[in-house]
Design a protein around this ligand. Structure first.
Ligand SMILES: Cc1cc2nc3c(=O)[nH]c(=O)nc-3n(C[C@H](O)[C@H](O)[C@H](O)COP(=O)(O)OP(=O)(O)OC[C@H]3O[C@@H](n4cnc5c(N)ncnc54)[C@H](O)[C@@H]3O)c2cc1C
Length: 256
């Protein structure tokens, strides 16, 4: 137990919302101060029958918020995500004391545009960027050095999987520094959908042109499904992006 408390905080689920059969939002009270940067991830875990399962989850919340928020997909054959899926408000959860990751907003290179590409839950770090910047902006503080722009393209199979659509669209309607486009890859299963259709990787060129994003002025971020990340990187490299202007966060490996 001593080893556990050195490494983990006494965290607890305080909120849970189902988005679809396999997608859900969890809010966690860390139980003690937990500091992180927008774009980083936390490590959640569960002990079951003497075994501990731990996985990384990007933080959707802004560091300004007291509760930590996660957007999680249940992988039916997975070890940890089905256990998290079964949790409700009040359930204790293991939370590693330190956030990790370098998938933070690039404010050092001088590039003022940020192309944010995501599949489904891969939007999480971008929600954290946007919430943080929005709060600074509303409070009249300089949101970021210079005139930065965030342009987010998020893909999902079905329209109801865009858990943060309403929030991001509302901010985009108000803030000149944010653009947000959700796109569905199975329009035939979304008869009421009037928005963009196609996979994120198939739409990168279109939105790079539409948003007038030039490689030398734009850092591109790719987050979520490994196929989108790999294809997206290839497309951006062929369009003139240099490797150091690309950042990615791959959520899992395929074909292992
Ligand atoms: C930095 C980082 C941040 C992450 N952030 C998030 C996040 O915000 N939300 C989130 O839901 N997940 C996130 N993940 C993925 C998460 O860490 C787990 O890998 C995922 O929840 C599956 O864990 P599991 O124990 O249920 O499955 P495992 O037992 O680890 O995996 C079982 C099998 O399923 C495959 N697999 C894993 N995930 C998927 C998937 N999504 N779709 C299809 N196959 C999969 C694995 O490759 C493996 O073959 C992140 C991963 C990393 C590295």
């Amino acid at each position: 137990m001593a080893a556990i408390s050195e490494k983990f905080l006494p965290a607890r689920i305080v909120y849970r919302r189902d988005i679809s059969e396999d997608l859900f939002i969890l809010k966690v009270d860390p139980g003690a101060p937990f500091s992180y940067l927008a774009g980083q991830y936390a490590t959640l875990g569960v002990e079951l029958d003497g075994q501990r399962f731990e996985r990384a989850y990007s933080l959707c919340s802004s560091p300004y918020e007291q509760q930590l928020e996660f957007f999680v997909e249940r992988v039916p054959e997975g070890k940890l995500s089905p256990l998290l899926h079964a949790m409700h408000a009040g359930t204790p959860v293991l939370l590693r004391r330190f956030a990790k990751g370098r998938f933070t907003l690039d404010l050092r290179s001088g590039r003022k545009n940020h192309l944010l590409l995501a599949t489904v839950t891969g939007v999480a770090p971008y929600v954290s960027y946007v919430r943080t910047i929005y709060r600074d902006w509303k409070n009249g503080g300089a949101p970021m050095p210079g005139e930065h722009r965030l342009c987010c393209l998020q893909g999902a199979s079905l329209a109801h999987e865009f858990a943060y659509r309403e929030e991001l669209e509302k901010i985009a309607a108000e803030a000149p520094w944010l653009k947000y486009v959700p796109t569905v890859s199975r329009p035939w299963d979304n008869p009421d959908w009037g928005g963009e259709v196609g996979r994120v990787d198939d739409l990168i060129r279109k939105y790079v042109d539409l948003w007038k994003l030039k490689p030398e002025e734009t850092t591109a971020y790719l987050c979520g499904h490994p196929g989108m990340v790999e294809n997206g990187r290839g497309i951006l490299l062929r369009a003139g992006w240099k490797k150091d202007a690309l950042q990615d966060e791959v959520y899992f490996q395929t074909g292992a």
